[in-house]
Each structure stands twice: as C-alpha cells, then as structure tokens.
Design a protein around this ligand. Structure first.
Ligand code: CDP
Ligand code: MG
Length: 668
C-alpha cells in the first residue's frame, strides 16, 4: 500500500471531533467537511504576509550573498521561503536548500507542514535531520530542515557545506549557542564559497547588528560587489504582518504560585471571555503535565461548563500524533487550551489563539565558570519575550494577554533583552567542535557576541585533562578526534570510549542513554513515598548509575520473567562500569568532609561545598569518595547521579588532572 495521500482528498491526520455526549474522540481522518486539501492549502499559502514579498525575496537572494529577513511569527518565513527558493530553481542540479532551527520539535513540525503543502511524503523531497534521526534521501531531498547543531556536525565531514546552495538560519533572534557558532562559521565559509547564499531570518532581530556582522566591507562602500557580481552588503527585508491589537492585563499583586494562577486564569477566561483558544506559557514538561492534569480533571466533569475545554500539552518529546492534535482545528463549541514551553513563543504558530496566559518565566541555562556549575533554571523572561508571547494572541482577531506579573515589575525590573546562550553556557562541547573544525584560535574567532574568557579557559582545561586536547591545545589522536565525532557531551563520550577498553560498553551505553534524559523516575504530586520504595528495590550500593542499569535490565526482563536476575550481574560488573564512568567524569570527584554531620562534600577541583541530592540512592549513605554527573543548585549545591569510587582510581584515570599539572592558559 502506498503511503502517499492524494492532494485534494482527505489525508490521514488526527483531528478532534465531538462525540454525541459532548466528549472528544480522536479520529484518524478528518470529517468530509474538512477544509484540508491541496487547493485550500494553496490559498492559505497565498494569504500569508510573506507571499507579497515572494518576488522581492527571490530577487534579493539572487543578487546578495546575505539577506536578513525580519517578520512576525506566523508570517510564513519558515514554511514558505524554502518553497519559494525551490520553485525558483535553487534545488536544481543536485543542490539542497537548508533551513535550520534551534529546536528539534520545530524541525519535525515545519518539515511535515511543508511536505503537506507540497503534497509529498515527508523524508523524500522535503526531509529533516535532527540528532539520531535522519529523514532525508540523498539525491531526492531538495528542502532539508535541520537543527543548527546538526548542521554544525555536518561541517566535520564537509567543512564548506558544499551540497547546499542556500542556507537559511532561522529563529536567529533566539541566539542559541549553535546559532551563534553557525553564523561565525558561515561567515568564514562564504569567503571560500562566495556563491553560497545565506538567509538569516527571525521574528525580532537587531537587524542592524546582524548586518554589521556580515558586512565584509565598510558601510560607505555599500554597493560593493564581489567577483561574482554579488552584492556583499547584506540586505535587510522586513515583512509586514497583519497582527491584530492585543490588550495586555497584569495581575495587581505578585502571584506566589504561577502554575496555580495560570490554571485559575484559564478557568476564568473560559467563564468570562468569548470563544477563542488559549495559549499558556509555563516552563517545562513536569509543570505543564501538572497543569494539564488539573484542567483535564475539571473538564472531565460533563455537568460543568468546563467540559468545553480541550487541554493539550506542548513541549519537545511529544509524539507525532500529539503534535498534530495541537495544530488541528478546534471543534465547534470547544475551547482549545495549549499549555506550552516557550517553543510556542516564536518557533511554532497556533492558529486559533485569542488569549495568552504568560507566566513570565522560562527554563534557561546558566553557567558559572568559577564554580563550574551549569543549571537549567526557571528564570524570568525578557521584555522582548513577553512582547512575543503577547503577540501570539493577535493572530486571528484582537486578543488578550494575561500576564501573571505586575505592571510595575514589567516596567521596572524585567530585562529588556535576554542574554545570548553563548554567554551563559558551559563551552566544553562548543570548543571541541570548533577545534575539530580546525579553528585553533578560539578566543580570536569571529563571534557575534564573545563568550566569557573564564568559561573558555575552563573548557580548555577540562578538555586538556580529559586527554582530548594536547599541550598545544590541538585535538589528540585518536582520543580527541573520536570524542569529537560522538554527538554527546565530551565527558560522556570519553566514558564510552573507556568502556570499550574495559569491556563494559553495553552497560555504559545504557547508562549514557539514561543520563541523557532528564529523569527516568516519574514524580507524581503527593506520591513520593511510593516512588522511594520502588527506588529502593533497584538501588545499588555503587550509586545511581548502576541503579539506572538495574532499572533498565529489570525493564527488559519484566516482560519475560518475574525473576529479576540483575543483581548478580551487577556485582560482577560494577567495578569496571564505575571505572569507565570515572574516565569521563573524574573532574567531578568529591570527598566527604571528615567530621561532617550533615553529609557535606567538597569537590576536589575547587573545594566547593556540595551535597548528595535527596533523589540519589546514596543520599544519607554518604560514601567517602563520589563522582557526580551534574550539579544542581537550589538552596544548596546538590550532586545529581552519584557513584561511589575508590580514590586511587582518580590518579589512574587522570594523572595530569590530579597531579594538578595544568596547561598554561596563555597558550590558548
Ligand atoms: O516562520 P513564521 O513564524 O514566519 O511562520 P510559519 O511557521 O512559516 O507559519 C506559517 C503558517 O503555517 C502559519 O499560519 C502556521 O499556522 C502554519 N503552520 C501550520 O499550520 N502547521 C505547522 N506545523 C507549521 C505552520
Ligand atoms: Mg518560523
């Protein structure tokens, strides 16, 4: 059976439909009256603000090496521009059009939308690549959506990105660490490949500073052309959207629990306001699931008018069918409530939204190079983000935005702009990638915004002690190059390589996989005791990593037999497993303070006070020496995912690091 759907006919796509009792069923095909179909999609395409600029965009791309396109969210930049380029022949002769996104979910979502608009199957003419998932076919794919991180990795095999004719760096205003690196590298590539066209697009951009960055000649030399007759002066195009006005409402008093406030506000909107969908901005999966659960419970009471609510979560990691539900039309008489991370701020457009509830927070990465602590913390958003969030309410008609913070706070305290991720991240992965691309002078690299020198030096120090960089700050052979090729945290990569020598690759790969997800434990409000009991069943004396392995093995076994045979196995292997972990994470060693009453440890590297996190199986066990996976700070600095070690292994694993022989920072 062919998996194609015929343009103009019903295509398989889940949609929300009322059942007779007022509940909601999920059908896999839309009802006959559906507005889907090729002709309709074509009309929708032409109605998008960007359509009026089609000729202008194609003209600018033809004659300029770099075009900066600024346009409101939903104006059609991401889905339309790659199609215009293809229609104009930029994908002919085996060339490819690339469009990068900072987020994986956005990559999948826009790619499938574009495939649908073009009436083709995803993964063929229109494809996408995210880490660990490649849905493209060589020689067939013409438009490729990918994360900016994946494009960076592609440079390792093809440093000049020769297969692409046009690269669109989308959502540039987000200033993700990979976007910033990409822009610096693309500027270099353009010097070697003047025929390569760049499009930098975003919802809000300091277009002027971006343009200055790409300007290769002085400003008064504006009409300069290169040898190919291309204008080297970047051109800026602003797409005028037709956003409707949005009325802003603030809370009168600061709220103490924004999750509860968000829920209450949704209920209030449903009671008091006219029809129209609601988009709620919270910060992360756990919080979003909690809010969804409360609202779903309300909505399940068929006798109350809250039964008209359709509540859906939106965060990365959702299944495809859940994603599709977000974009499907809201059935008559219902009000869709989407509770989202800041992915809906600019990356994805939801059509029917009239009301926005803005918590004022998002999850952001913060790094302190002195203490070497990187945290994903819930932090206040910027005014620029708040404005974007409000704008999402004005797409269909005039809307309302309910801000869960005071006007006073907004005016006086909220920062105007966010800080680029580059300036608040651990740079270990970025440095190794740049090194692998042959960028030797990292501090002198052409950054859009320079990273802090302390973070850079710290990263170089870690890579040196891992044996990934040599004393001249060059990648070592083979270790450094091997680590650079694995698309994981270099410390995890090093652990995997060491496991190969120690003969425990299978176990370490399992552990690496578990460590790459946020948590394998599901915490349900008010059910902590049950979780603790279950954890005890899996707990291994060696620590959390081995416990994870137990869980995984138990999981594999559970389908087959109730006899869980993981225990002996663990005792046998635990030693080598821990040594392999140490090979990557030796710089995360801590020693229990000798007379500590409260389980205080000091990190070996800089005598930082740290504690074992209560979620760890070693909490209260307090072995003398431990190695942790990450540090999380709340009231104290907590070590997450902890394993007990023998201190003699430290010197074995990293003699340079523990004899405190350090590279001279001056040579970097
Ligand atoms: O990139 P920009 O924010 O300018 O707009 P876009 O993502 O290209 O969206 C253009 C239109 O496509 C909007 O009306 C979206 O609602 C629609 N779209 C959709 O229906 N489904 C998707 N998965 C992505 C976009
Ligand atoms: Mg977009």
């Amino acid at each position: 059976m062919s998996q194609f759907w015929k343009p103009g006919t019903d295509r398989p796509r889940p949609c929300l439909v009322d059942d007779e009792e007022g509940g909601v069923l999920f059908y896999s095909t839309p009802p006959p009256s559906s507005s889907y179909g090729y002709a309709n999609l074509e009309k929708q395409r032409q109605r998008l603000p960007v359509f009026k600029y089609r000729t202008a965009i194609l003209y600018l791309v033809e004659y300029h090496s770099t075009v900066i396109i600024v346009g409101e969210t939903g104006s059609g930049k991401t889905t339309q521009i790659p199609q215009y380029l293809k229609e104009a022949g930029w994908a002919e002769g085996g060339r490819l059009i690339a469009c990068t996104q900072p987020r994986r979910l956005a990559v999948q979502s826009v790619a499938s939308r574009v495939a649908e608009e073009m009436g083709v199957k995803i993964g063929e003419e229109v494809g996408y690549t995210i880490r660990f998932e490649d849905k493209t076919v060589q020689g067939v794919t013409k438009i490729k959506f990918l994360t900016d991180g994946v494009l960076l990795r592609e440079m390792m095999d093809d440093p000049l990105l020769t297969k692409y004719s046009v690269i669109m760096v989308d959502e540039a205003h987000e200033r993700s660490i990979s976007t910033d690196m990409l822009l610096g590298l693309l500027k270099k590539i353009q010097r070697r490949r003047p025929e390569l066209r760049l499009i930098i697009s975003s919802a809000t951009i300091e277009a002027e500073s971006m343009s200055n960055f790409f300007r290769t000649r002085k400003k008064n030399d504006g009409h300069a052309t290169d040898d190919n007759g291309l204008k080297t002066e970047p051109s800026i195009l602003s797409v005028e959207g037709k956003g409707y006005p949005v009325e802003i409402h603030y809370v009168q008093e600061p709220v103490s629990d924004y999750l509860q406030s968000a829920v209450d506000t949704v209920l209030l909107i449903h009671e008091k306001e006219a029809v129209g969908d609601v988009l709620v901005f919270l910060t992360g999966q756990e919080e979003i699931d909690a809010a969804v659960q409360i609202l779903v419970e309300k909505a399940s009471d068929k006798t109350s008018h809250f039964s008209g609510l359709l509540v859906l979560p939106l965060y990365s990691g959702l299944s495809r069918s859940d994603q599709d539900l977000i974009f499907s039309q809201t059935p008559k008489g219902k009000r869709k409530v989407v509770i989202s991370t800041n992915i809906a701020e600019t990356s994805l457009t939801l059509e029917g939204v009239v009301y926005v509830v803005d918590s004022g927070f998002s999850k952001q990465r913060f790094y302190n190079p002195i203490s070497d602590i990187e945290n994903l913390v819930v932090a206040p958003i910027s005014k620029a983000s708040a404005k974007q969030r409000a704008g999402r309410a004005g797409r269909l008609r005039a809307g309302k935005c309910f801000r869960l913070y005071t006007e006073d706070y907004f005016v006086k305290e909220m920062p105007a702009e966010g800080i680029p991720e580059m300036q608040r991240s651990n740079l270990v992965s970025s440095v190794i990638q740049l090194k692998a691309l042959g960028i030797d002078n990292i501090l002198g690299f052409d950054w859009l915004a320079s990273p802090p020198p302390e973070a850079m030096i710290r990263a170089l120090e870690v890579l040196y002690s891992l044996g990934i960089l040599d004393e001249d700050a060059k990648l070592t052979t083979p270790s450094g190059f091997q680590v650079a090729e694995i698309p994981l945290d270099p410390m995890v990569s090093k652990m995997i390589i060491a496991a190969d020598t120690l003969g425990c690759s299978e176990e370490i790969l399992t552990i690496a996989a578990v460590l790459s997800v946020q948590s394998i434990w599901v915490s349900v409000r008010g059910k902590h005791k049950g979780l603790d009991e279950v954890k005890l069943r899996f707990a291994a004396a060696e620590g959390d990593h081995v416990t994870h392995l137990n869980v995984y093995k138990g999981f594999l076994q559970s389908g087959k037999s109730s006899q869980w045979c993981y225990k002996n196995y663990i005792n046998y292997h635990a030693m080598t497993i821990r040594k392999a972990i140490l090979a990557g994470f030796f710089s995360h060693a801590s020693q229990l303070e000798e007379y500590s009453q409260n389980g205080m440890y000091k990190t070996v590297r800089n005598s930082q006070e740290v504690y074992i996190h209560p979620s760890s199986v070693l909490f209260r066990v307090n072995p003398k020496w431990v190695v942790y996976h990450s540090l999380v700070s709340t009231d104290k600095h907590y070590m997450h995912n902890v394993i007990a070690i023998d201190p003699s292994w430290l010197i074995e694993a990293a003699p340079d690091f523990y004899q405190l022989k350090r590279p001279n920072p001056a040579i970097f």
